[in-house]
Design a protein around this ligand. Sequence first.
Ligand SMILES: [Zn+2]
Length: 122
Amino acid sequence: MHELSIATKIVELVTQHLPDGSAQVLAVRLRIGALTCVHADSLRFSFKLVTEGTPMQTATLQIDTVPISIYCAICNSIETIQGIQSFRCPNCQEPSADIRSGQELDLESIELIEQESEHSLL
Ligand SMILES: [Zn+2]
């Protein structure tokens, strides 16, 4: 049910950003961190459910997954790690709890069929 509440939130956010109620949404792009444990397929399915009968009904949900990265004080660099099994620098194996990416759950952009082709939120 986690994904269903996220999908509901996305629809609320998109609706707030629509220039007017009649605009047709072509696509909604999200950035989701690998640490959020959100399943892209479940989220797409939930999005379909909650958008039925709304201007977002035919919209595609595009999901960009953001990999997990940590800051390593030894290497003085930000390193991408493969999964949540080990929060260690891939270069020197130093453990790090300084997470720099992977927790994102952002609405990146909304594409509309009419008016501007892309309505960027950033
Ligand atoms: Zn390191």
